[in-house]
Design a protein around this ligand. Sequence first.
Ligand SMILES: *Cc1c(COP(=O)(O)O)cnc(C)c1O
Length: 343
Amino acid sequence: MTKNIDWGSLSFKYQPTDYRVTASYEDGKWSELELTTDPTVHISECACVLQYAQTVFEGLKAYRTEDGKIVTFRPDLNAQRMIDSAVRLAMPPVPEDMFMKALDMLVKANADWVPPYGSGATLYIRPFIYGSGPMIGVAPAPSFEFRMMCMPVGPYFKEGIKPIVIKVSDFDRAAPHGTGNIKAGLNYAMSLYAGELAHAEGFAENMYLDAGTRTCVEETGGANFIFITKDGKVVTPKSHSDSILPSVTRRSLMVVASDVLGMETETREVKFEEVPEFAECGLCGTAAVISPVGKINDHGREIAFPSGMDEMGPTLKKLYDTLTGIQMGRIEGPEGWIHEIEL
Ligand SMILES: *Cc1c(COP(=O)(O)O)cnc(C)c1O
């Protein structure tokens, strides 16, 4: 029985559901996956995650389709990205087949928490690995935990999609050839202060430029950029210093643009000084799919996109409708993009 929840009024907020999946890594191997009802963890005060932030995570969603199936979108890319993240932080990666098995177990066990089709809400899934064993000298943890939890979350934009205003940050998000291209908690810890400052000044997000030269657009704290040129080309920034997180949403939108909609696409360096020439700007990530950006404030100088502050520009809207249509099962997507959860 689907839980009795007012799905439309949910926000992006932690809520423990009935089950989560766990496994531990000790003596060079992962244990069997287990379902547990316990939403707490009990670890050493000297756990490497607490002392040295040895933790990586993922974020994906499960959707209820019109015909009642539960599906996830390209989870193999999340599995692969978590492997890359774990390797970079000297942690044991969770193999793709183990990740997929955990996903199936978790969503099946919490099927009653998957919001109904058309509610706008989705089931947000958060896999993570952390160094649970004690470490005081600087070295990787002696043991690790893998956990996958989930929670229903509301539609990102409750009152319809409204363009946001962002600012160019005076802080950097990621060092050149640092950890910007992996999904690690540490990348978020250091963005919190800059994020709070931006919010206090009335901005929704920070735009980060490349830390090395501060001349190229990289991304925001948790979403990649996508731009539309005045002649309808789709452009997304490439980092010359490998410091942009490879967003599944952004990579999928680029394929939708070129292969489904037949648009011209470019993945290339985007100089900050060319930003005023674009017709539309959006942020992409799992949470909102695309958040349209109406204005960028560069130290008091406003860059206002022709798409304005009332609605998403027409080209981003077409991309948004097509990708969300594929995710919700209304539109047939490229082979292998939809993974159905067997109930
Ligand atoms: C998770 C994340 C994104 C978005 O990635 P998706 O796979 O599309 O959700 C973008 N930037 C950063 C820094 C992220 O951590």
